[in-house]
Design a protein around this ligand. Sequence first.
Ligand code: C5P
Length: 241
Amino acid sequence: LRIGVVIVAAGSGQRLGYGIPKAEVGLAGRTLLEHALDSVLASGVAACLCVAVPPGDTRLRGICARAGGKTPVTVVEGGSSRADSVGRALAGLGPGLDAVLVHDAARALTPPEVFRRVAAALASGAQAVIPAVPVADTIKTASPSSPQERSIAGEKVAGTPERAILRAVQTPQGFDARILAEAHGWLESAGEDAEGITDDAMLVERRGVTVFLVPGSEEALKITTELDLMTAEALAARRLA
Ligand code: C5P
C-alpha cells in the first residue's frame, strides 16, 4: 500500500500552559514534533508526510524542512479545530495514495510498531483501523442534577458502561484514502460542528464503515498536561537507559 501520514501539530498547547504551541514543547531535549516525526520515519510505513502547524509558526516549519530525508514532508497551516487541521493536511498530502494515517503530534512517543500494526491491518483489507488499549478506570456517564439536587452536587451518574468492552483509543488512525477524504468532505459540506468530532474514526463510523482495533501502547499517551509531560520524560529516560 502507498501510505501518506498526516501529523496534526497545530494545537495551541493552552492546557500545558507554556505559552508556546504544544508541538514545540521540549521532551528529553527535542520538541514533541521531532519525536513524532522520528516515530513515523522509523516505522518505515510513510511514502509521504504532511504536517499541520499553527498559523505563522516558523520553528515547526523549520523542523519539517529538515526532516524526512528521502520521504517528502510538506507543511500546511492548521485550522481552528483538530478536524479542520486534518482536512487541510489531507489536501496537502497530494494524490495517488491508497491509505492515510492520521497522527497527533501530542502522542510524541508512540512506538514505530504501532504505526506498523495499523498499516498491516490496512494491508489486510481494513478500511479503517485504530490503536486502542484497555481502560483501567471505571467510566461513568454523567448528567446534570435536578434543581432540587443541585445543592448536593451539580452532576449525578447516568450510567456505567461495562468496563470490559471499553477501549481508550490513540493515534495513528488509519483509513482507506478515499473513505477518509469523503468523510472530511462531508464534514465540511454538512457544516457539522467540528468541535464535537474528537477523532477521525468517529467520522467514518457515522458513515457505516467498520473500524477495526489493533493494540496500542501505553507509551502513546497524549501529552496534554504537565503531569503527562513528566510521565513522558520518564518514558524517554527509560528508553535511553
Ligand atoms: O486539542 P487536542 O489535545 O485534542 O489535540 C490533539 C492534536 O491535534 C494535537 O497534536 C494538536 O496539535 C492537534 N490540533 C491541531 N489543530 C487544532 C487543534 C489541535 O492540529 N486546531
